[in-house]
Design a protein around this ligand. Structure first.
Ligand code: HMG
Length: 417
């Protein structure tokens, strides 16, 4: 029998402060409905310079180990997926290994390809375990990022920050991956990027949405071809995508998940005999089905609406939100996941929710992590955004968390709570 491999548990970390999205809209002279209904946002995480990709990754990994009682002597690989690393050479993963005093006998590295880096790390870890190379050991994959476009930009309401740590093992209590079915799509585009030395991303916003949708189509078709061949889904009374209990998308802003779902259905409808019988207008209406979106997508977006974009961690934050709210109902059911990283690389994969998902998610306490945040005014958010990144404020981290304390002789020094 093929080995079961996947995500055993997860933990999240977010900045200690957030801003209300309607308040931000009012301050920008924008109708709040544009940010709430138009983009699907409610709150946005605000990271100060002490909360960098290292401190968020270390806080999430420490929480995972503590909450889920992880035996660290069994961890043979630690990967950080990030596109907001802190050094061109030294890996965020090496900082995390040191800050958490993890054993030296582990492979550590960062995976970078915009928001796709976390999925690249997860697949490297899962395939390492599935191949037998891990020899019974487990892996920790942390997705950690600060999404930053700058004040008064179109991207401003789609910022955010945070980290999600995943324990990957042969005991996939949260998600057993359908290894071998993944569909991928790489297209060389300039839709979103961050030239060396810049803190803020450069983005061609509307073009980036089209690039995401185009890459999604390629990745999904690749997965569907293999899933059909393995009879995981079939052409029949329902579309192949409708045979997935839920679909979790990369979420740069919540409304994007709705656009993505429409595109996925459009692909199925264009390729199916029943869909081809429809007029283009009827096909478009069927693709836009609100009932399908409500049933398959909406419940995964609750945490993302309160945090904003977390680049590599966005899809895994959506997974956390979904399993937090529906872990019991989804046990034994197959879900689809679509990861997209600008530039671009996307991957569609499927997985089966584990019987212990609800129990594992109760330990992760995702609501508690968000509830401990402090709401700040727009003026305070702007002050924080304007702080120089090399001079973090002197704040004592909460117990179990980490913060950048200072940069001395080009070395980053962290404090632990
Ligand atoms: P914009 O041009 O300011 O907004 O920027 P808009 O005019 O397109 O409006 C947004 C939506 O609000 C529209 O809905 C409007 O109709 C609606 P849609 O037509 O798209 O369904 N709207 C209203 N709704 C209700 N009441 C109103 C109202 N007014 C307007 N009064 C944009 C939006 C997303 C482009 C911008 O925020 C941006 O550039 N964001 C950053 C880029 C981004 O997130 N791209 C997503 C795809 S690329 C990706 O996901 C990769 C990424 O995560 C990075 C990585 O991989 O590392 C970004």
């Amino acid at each position: 029998m093929k080995k079961q491999v996947g995500i055993e548990a997860l933990a999240i970390a977010v900045p200690r402060r957030y801003v209300d999205i309607e308040e931000l809209a009012k301050a920008r002279g924008v109708d709040p409905a544009k940010y709430t209904a138009g983009l699907g946002a409610k709150e946005m995480a605000v990271a100060d310079p002490g909360e960098d990709s290292v401190s968020l990754a270390a806080s999430a990994a420490a929480r995972l180990i503590q909450q889920q009682n992880v035996d660290v002597s069994r961890v043979g690989m630690l990967v950080v997926g990030t596109e907001t690393g802190v050094d061109h050479s030294k890996a965020v993963a090496s900082h995390v290994q040191g800050l958490l005093k993890l054993p030296r006998s582990m492979r550590t590295f960062d995976a970078q390809h915009a928001c796709y880096g976390g999925t690249a790390g997860l697949m490297a870890a899962a395939e390492w375990i599935a191949s037998g190379a891990g020899a019974g050991r487990v892996a920790i994959v942390v997705c950690s990022d600060i999404a930053r476009y700058g004040l008064n930009t179109a991207g401003e309401p789609t910022q955010g920050a945070g980290a999600v740590a995943l324990l990957v093992s042969e005991q996939p209590d949260l998600l057993a991956l359908d290894i071998g079915l993944n569909g991928v799509c790489t297209v060389d585009v300039y839709d979103f990027w961050r030239p060396l030395g810049r803190r803020e991303a450069v983005v061609d916003g509307h073009y980036s949405i089209n690039c995401y949708l185009d890459a999604l189509s390629g990745a999904y078709r690749g997965w569907r071809e293999r899933a059909l061949a393995h009879e995981v889904v079939r052409w029949g009374d329902t579309l192949p995508s409708e045979q997935l209990a839920r679909i979790i998308y990369h979420v740069p802003f919540c409304k994007m998940a709705r656009k993505a779902h429409t595109q996925l259905r459009q692909v199925d409808l264009e390729d199916s005999a029943s869909g081809r019988e429809l007029t283009p207008e009827a096909r478009e209406a069927a693709a836009k089905s609100s009932a399908s979106y409500d049933a398959q997508v909406a419940s995964s977006l609750t945490l993302n609406a309160r945090v904003g974009n977390v680049y590599t961690a966005s899809m895994y934050l959506a997974l956390a939100g979904l399993l937090h709210s529906e872990g019991t109902a989804l046990a034994g059911k197959r879900v689809g996941l679509l990861s997209y990283g600008s530039g671009s690389c996307s991957e569609f994969y499927s997985a089966v929710v584990g019987a212990n998902a609800a129990e594992r998610m109760a330990k992760a306490d995702v609501e508690g992590v968000l509830a401990r945040r402090e709401r700040v005014s727009v003026a305070e958010y702007e002050r924080i955004m304007n702080l120089p990144y090399e001079a973090p404020e002197a704040i004592t981290p909460a117990p179990g968390e980490f913060r950048l304390k200072e940069i001395r002789d080009h070395r980053r020094v962290y404090s632990a709570g």
